[in-house]
Design a protein around this ligand. Structure first.
Ligand code: TYD
Ligand code: MG
Length: 569
C-alpha cells in the first residue's frame, strides 16, 4: 500500500517548481537541471551548457541524490549556487504604436484599430531602466535656467493670477503687415510660454515663414534691450540660414542662429543667450539621448515635444516648432503631437501657385477660423492685404472673354470673405470618369445626383471634372449653388456672365437653403462691383434691411434656379 512516505520518484521540476525559487528569492544549486516539461516552460538553463558532457545530455534529471533539495541548512553562497534573481535578463518593454495616430493597440495589427491606416502599427522597444525622457530633460534644463525656488508653484486665487495682467501687453507683438497677418492667425500675437506647431508639405515655405516670423519677433521685442530670438535648425547649417536671410533682406540684430539636432545640447547651449523666443526647424530632425530610435520616429518626436512643452511652460519662453506633413496630409509623427502643443497652424498652397494660406486648426488662445494669406516672392512671403478676389481666374476680371463652366461663390474664413471661382467640365466619351480638386468628392457626387434626379439633367453618360481655382479647398456648403451652376453651365454650354455670384446650400430634394452670414457675403459681392447675386428664397429675410447696389435673384429650388439663370432670353 503506498503511503504518504512512499511516493514514487518525481522529476525535480515537479518537486521544486522553479518559480517557487524565483518568487521567494531562493537560490538554485548550479548543478540543478530541469527535466523536459520544465525546459519547455522556462527555457534551457544555458549557463550550465559547457559543464554538461555528452553522456549526460539527455539523461532525465530525476535522481534527487545528485541534486539534493535545498534546505535552510544548506544555503551556501559558494560557486555552486547561482542567485536566481541576479541572473534575470534586463527587461525590455515592448509596445506597439501607430505611427499615424499614436494609438497604442497593445499588439501588432495590419490595420490600426483606431485610425484604420494600413501597416502603420510599429514595435517600439524601450529599456525599462536608464531611459531618459522628455520630462527629465526639460526639468533639468528649466531648473538650471531659473533662480532657486522660482520654478516652484503654489496654488493661487483667480484674483491674484489676474492682478496686473494686461491682455494687450501679455502677447508678444508682431509688427508690420506680415506680422499682423501672422498675429491674426495666432489670435492676436504670440502667447508667452506657448508651444506652436507649423505644419506643411516639404518645400511649401515653412523655413522661410519661420525665419521671417523670428525676424519680426526680434523687431517687435527690439525695444526690450537684450531681447533675442533664437532660430535653431537641424536641417540647414548656420551659413545656409544666413544666406537665406541675406536673400530675404533680413538683418535683425536680435536674431541669433544655431544649428543642432540634440535637444539637451540646444537647451544647454542657448542658456547664455536667454532668448525671448525659440524656433526649432524641425521637430523631426531633433532627438533626445537615451530615447530609443533615430530622430523622427514616434517615440523621439513625442519625447522631444514633451521636453520642449515643459521647457516653454516653466520658462515662459514661447517655442515655435516646424513639423513635416506625411503623404496623407497629417503632421509626420504621432497625432499625439497635435494634442501636446497649444497651437497647430498649417501652411497650405499649390506648389505651382505663389499663394500660401496659413490656417489655424487648433488654438488654445484664439479662434481657429482665421486664415492668413501670403504670396511667395523673391524676398520671402509677403502678406496679401486685400485677398477677396485672390481666388478668381483672369476670366473673371472685367473685359475678359466669358467661358462656360465657371461660377463664383463667396466663402467666409474667420473674419475674412473670399470670392472663389469653381470650374466644371462636362465631356461625353466612351468611359465615364469623375475627378474633383478642391471640393469633397462625396459632396460633388451628391450634387451631381441631385441635378440628375431633381432637375432632370442627363449627366449619366458624362465625365465631369471639377476644380477650385488657386488650390483653395471649399469646405462650406455655401459653395453648393456655384458648383451646381458651373456643372449646368458646362453641360448646357451656356457661359455665365462674369458679374454674377452664387451663394447657397443645395438639399437632397433640390431645395435651396440659406447659409450663415448671408448679409456679409452679399455685401462683399456688391462692394467688388458684381451686379447680380443668386441666393435661396429663404435668405431674403436676412437681406431685407440691406441697402446695396446689386440685383438679388432668389430661387426656391434647382429647377427654378436653372430656369431663371440659364433661360435664353
Ligand atoms: P522652404 O522654406 O525651404 O520650404 P520648407 O521649409 O517648407 O521645406 O521654402 C522653399 C521654397 O520657397 C523654395 O521652393 C523656394 C521658395 N522661396 C522663394 O520663392 N523665395 C524666397 O525668398 C525663399 C527664401 C524661398
Ligand atoms: Mg525647411
Amino acid at each position: 500500500m503506498p503511503t504518504a512516505f512512499s511516493r514514487p520518484l518525481q522529476p525535480i521540476s515537479m518537486l521544486f517548481p522553479r518559480n517557487l525559487f524565483l518568487k521567494k528569492g531562493l537560490l538554485l544549486p548550479s548543478n540543478v537541471r530541469f527535466s523536459s516539461p520544465c525546459r519547455f516552460l522556462f527555457g534551457k538553463p544555458t549557463e550550465r551548457k559547457e559543464e554538461d558532457d555528452g553522456s549526460e545530455k539527455n539523461k532525465p534529471i530525476s535522481n534527487v541524490e545528485k541534486s539534493p533539495r535545498p534546505s535552510s541548512s544548506n544555503y551556501d553562497l559558494g560557486s555552486d549556487w547561482i542567485p536566481a534573481t541576479k541572473k534575470k535578463p534586463a527587461k525590455v518593454k515592448v509596445s506597439w504604436v501607430c505611427e499615424n495616430c499614436g494609438a497604442t493597440p497593445g499588439q501588432w495589427w495590419g490595420t490600426c484599430p483606431s485610425c484604420h491606416s494600413v501597416n502603420t502599427v510599429k514595435k517600439i522597444s524601450e529599456y525599462q531602466y536608464g531611459v531618459s525622457n522628455g520630462f527629465q530633460v526639460s526639468e533639468m534644463a528649466a531648473r538650471s535656467w531659473l533662480e532657486h525656488g522660482s520654478g516652484e508653484m503654489v496654488p493661487q486665487s483667480l484674483e491674484e493670477v489676474k492682478k496686473g495682467m494686461n491682455q494687450l501687453e501679455w502677447r508678444i507683438p508682431l509688427p508690420g503687415a506680415f506680422g499682423m497677418e501672422v498675429a491674426r492667425v495666432l489670435g492676436g500675437g504670440l502667447v508667452p510660454g506657448s508651444l506652436v506647431l507649423f505644419g506643411g508639405d516639404p518645400g511649401i515655405g515653412k523655413s522661410t515663414l519661420l525665419l521671417q516670423i523670428a525676424a519680426c519677433l526680434a523687431e517687435g521685442l527690439g525695444s526690450e534691450g537684450l531681447a533675442r530670438v533664437l532660430y535653431v535648425s537641424g536641417e540647414e547649417s548656420m551659413d545656409q540660414i544666413g544666406n537665406r536671410a541675406d536673400r530675404m533682406q533680413i538683418s535683425e540684430t536680435g536674431l541669433y542662429l544655431y544649428s543642432s539636432t540634440d535637444v539637451e545640447d540646444i537647451l544647454d547651449k542657448i542658456r547664455v543667450f536667454s532668448p525671448k523666443v525659440l524656433v526649432i526647424d524641425s521637430i523631426q530632425t531633433v532627438y533626445l539621448r537615451g530615447v530609443v530610435g533615430s530622430a523622427g520616429n514616434v517615440m523621439q518626436v513625442k519625447e522631444c515635444t514633451s521636453a520642449l512643452l515643459r521647457f516653454a511652460k516653466q520658462t515662459s519662453i514661447p517655442v515655435l516648432l516646424i513639423g513635416h506633413v506625411t503623404k496623407s496630409g497629417d503632421i509626420a509623427g504621432p497625432r499625439i503631437l497635435e494634442h501636446i502643443v497649444d497651437v497647430v497652424l498649417y501652411l497650405e498652397g499649390e506648389r505651382c501657385s505663389t499663394h500660401r494660406l496659413l490656417r489655424s486648426v487648433k488654438n488654445r488662445f484664439g479662434s481657429t477660423d482665421e486664415l492668413g494669406v501670403f504670396e511667395m516672392s523673391e524676398t520671402g512671403l509677403q502678406a496679401v492685404l486685400n485677398p477677396s478676389e485672390l481666388f478668381l481666374s483672369d476670366s473673371h476680371h472685367h473685359g475678359s472673354e466669358v467661358l462656360a463652366g465657371l461660377a463664383v461663390s463667396v466663402v467666409i474664413e474667420g473674419s475674412r470673405t473670399f470670392l472663389l471661382e469653381i470650374q466644371a467640365l462636362c465631356a461625353s466619351g466612351s468611359t465615364v470618369v469623375r475627378h474633383v480638386n478642391g471640393v469633397s468628392a462625396k459632396r460633388a457626387d451628391m450634387l451631381i445626383s441631385v441635378l440628375m434626379k431633381q432637375a432632370g439633367l442627363k449627366l449619366e453618360n458624362t465625365s465631369i471634372f471639377i476644380n477650385v481655382v488657386s488650390g483653395f479647398t471649399l469646405t462650406e456648403t455655401a459653395g453648393d449653388l456655384a458648383l451646381a451652376a458651373a456643372i449646368c453651365s458646362s453641360f448646357l454650354e451656356f457661359a455665365l456672365p462674369n458679374n454674377i455670384a452664387f451663394i447657397g446650400e443645395v438639399g437632397l430634394a433640390g431645395e435651396l437653403r440659406t447659409v450663415p452670414r448671408m448679409d456679409k457675403r452679399v455685401a462683399t459681392v456688391a462692394k467688388l462691383g458684381y451686379s447680380k447675386c443668386v441666393v435661396p428664397a429663404s435668405a431674403m429675410k436676412s437681406l431685407a434691411g440691406l441697402q446695396l447696389d446689386i440685383a438679388i435673384v432668389h430661387c426656391c429650388n434647382l429647377t427654378e434656379f436653372i430656369n431663371r439663370v440659364f433661360r435664353v432670353s
